[in-house]
Design a protein around this ligand. Structure first.
Ligand code: NAP
Length: 318
């Protein structure tokens, strides 16, 4: 055998650990297709060391024991919970890059946007009482859609909303060029972005900079009769401020998928608010086949010494 083909031959079969509160068997079945010889293990304390781990919300003990990992794969796009753990600084953390989530996010946001602007919620209520009433037609230009976060998910959402001919603005850390989207960046440009937004879509990662960003002051800068769609994280939003702005009429309504406390407690006023739509953190689900295919491709690249995308920058927090 030539020396070059020996270079990347691992000394033992790949060892992949799985640590998530979900049945590992379907994941193992899919991973087995990708890596027939790999040792697959559902992590429990005392498990042998692994080369790679696929995790969702692992306990600290997992990191204390699994000290030989070459990379850690998060089963989602958001790493805010993971970064609260004490993780060896040199261990690469890889987030999911779309993996079938972006189109789901686009569906969710377009549904909430259309339901509000075309007043389907009103028609549902009218239908229950047999009322036939035609509202005035929608003027799209009166509903500029502002997207907070123009990353993997935000950009897909922006393109879907732009395809429906709504004016689209987006705010991110760095300036962007996306067809049909007006880009704003940095804290300096946040007020101008908010002042020109009527439907606000939150797709930021949760970091120390973005926590509590959506509060009485920032939401108060939106156009009057604004609508909030939060599909990122509950801790971006000061929930009492949202309720106050709904009551004052500044906010016309909200579609909320994520909350400060999940599951949303039964006594929470959002459940019964007539202008709030609650969904149980389902805007974009992790899809097993897409996720395993993406992670397997990245494991192969890493084993071959090739670069991968989706690496988390811990100093930025996302
Ligand atoms: N509800 C659900 O079911 C669900 C499912 C999946 C994900 N999520 C949430 O969606 C979030 C976004 O996912 P993604 O894959 O699109 O993330 P991403 O690719 O990391 O994009 C994040 C975007 O936010 C911007 N950003 C970050 N910090 C900022 C700051 N301080 N000021 C201004 N802009 C800032 C980034 O700017 P730059 O481009 O300049 O870096 C980037 O455009 C995840 O973090 C997760 O919390 C929710």
């Amino acid at each position: 055998m030539p020396a070059t083909s020996l270079m990347h031959t691992p000394p033992h079969p790949l060892r992949i650990s799985f640590c998530a509160r979900t049945d590992p068997q379907p994941w193992f079945d899919a991973l087995r297709q990708e890596f027939p010889k790999a040792q697959l293990q559902a992590w429990s304390s005392g498990a042998p060391p692994a080369d790679y781990a696929i995790v969702w919300a692992p306990p600290q003990q997992f990191f204390d024991e699994q000290t030989q990992l070459k990379a850690l794969f998060n089963m989602g796009a958001g790493v805010d919970a993971l970064l609260k753990r004490d993780i060896a600084p040199q261990l690469p953390i890889v987030r999911l890059n779309d993996a079938g989530m972006a189109v789901q996010m686009a569906e969710y946001v377009c549904h909430a946007l259309i339901r509000h602007t075309r007043q389907f919620d009103v028609f549902e209520a009218q239908a229950r009482t047999g009322l036939w009433h035609e509202p005035v037609a929608l003027e799209r230009a009166r509903y500029p859609v502002g997207i907070l976060g123009l990353g993997v998910l935000g950009e897909r959402v922006a393109r879907a909303v732009a395809a429906l001919d709504f004016p689209v603005l987006a705010w991110s850390r760095s300036a962007k060029q996306v067809a049909g989207v007006r880009s704003f960046c940095g804290t300096d440009q946040l007020p101008a972005f908010l002042a020109q937004t009527r439907v606000l879509v939150n797709l930021l990662p949760l970091t120390p900079e973005t926590e509590n960003l959506l509060n009485r002051s920032t939401l108060g800068q939106l156009q009057s009769g604004a609508y909030l769609i939060n599909v990122a994280r509950g801790r971006h939003v000061m929930e009492d401020d949202v309720l106050a702005l709904l009551d004052s009429g500044h906010l016309a309504g909200a579609a909320l998928d994520v909350f400060r406390t999940e599951p949303l407690p039964p006594e929470h006023p959002f459940w019964r608010h007539p202008r709030v739509t609650v969904t149980p953190h389902i805007a974009a689900r992790t899809l097993l086949p897409d996720t395993v295919a993406q992670i397997a491709g990245k494991i192969r690249a890493l084993e071959a010494g090739l670069p991968i995308d989706g690496l988390v920058d811990r100093s930025r927090g996302y």
